[in-house]
Design a protein around this ligand. Sequence first.
Ligand code: FM0
Length: 325
Amino acid sequence: MHKGRARAYTNIALIKYWGKKDETLILPMNNSLSLTLNAFYTETEVIFDETYTQDSFYLDGELQDAKATSKVSQFLDIVRQLSEEKSYAQVTSKNFVPTAAGLASSASGLAALAAACNEALDLQLSDRALSRLARRGSGSACRSIFGGFVEWEQGTDDASSYAQPLNSDDWTDDLAMLFILVNDQQKDISSRDGMKRTVETSSFYPGWLEEVPKDLAIAKKAISEKDFTTLGTVTEANCLKMHGTTLAAVPPFTYWSPDSLKAMQAVRSLRSAGIECYFTMDAGPNVKLLIEKKNLAQAQAYLETLFDSAQLVSAFAGPGIEILK
Ligand code: FM0
């Protein structure tokens, strides 16, 4: 019996990962840059035991169905390939996110699973090797190995595609993210399916690939200079470009709901009132604001006039992977 436990925090991309050049290895079409957060995380325990007759996956106390288990099982196969271990495993995960927030994250989930496997099987992977392993489960998970600002270098093969921290701790302490949790009835298109359809069919996708290196360079310079205005401006612009690509996909789709637009407008109103903040969005309708800590209370007070206070959740910069005993 081999057992390991780990905690991983979710991350939100400021410059987005959107599209794969290799779907098996999960090699992305572009570099991305994220902020790891402290408020949402996953704790995962993995037990490999030769008496097990199949892999099993419990999430928040419930045994998962074949579909959810197969994603975990495929990842365990990769772990079994690179280790001596041949046994099946039991994976028990708990997501620490606000209830019904729709924030359950594959980034924190797969990063925690990778770290738990590393611990259970004493693989002694370096953080970089662990980032590569987590990437095989879910691309954005490779960034959750590290805390603060993190860049995922797209690379050209399995060995060269990994994340690394930007070492900007003294500035991340001043920053916050405010989540506006938007209710919506739309059927979800997963990020995996959405980016695939976009790469394959969107006439706007080549434009996206032209823009990302420029946005990334602006973002990295802004981080090194602690220039919040420039970082926020490029974060918001990059998000809009990513979401623009979905409108030209065939068939077209969008992750935006009416309340997403309402939240974006609220961000613009806050800026007009001199409270600087910028939005970003991922493969769903929730809107996330990048803001300096010193302005958080004021922004929250304004947003509470437009949204239910239960829809507003704030987070600060968080750490990298943690091993739990
Ligand atoms: O996080 O197919 O990692 O950079 O969140 O598992 O590799 O879930 F929606 C935008 C994350 C995509 C941007 O995709 O996909 C970002 C996104 P996988 P992920």
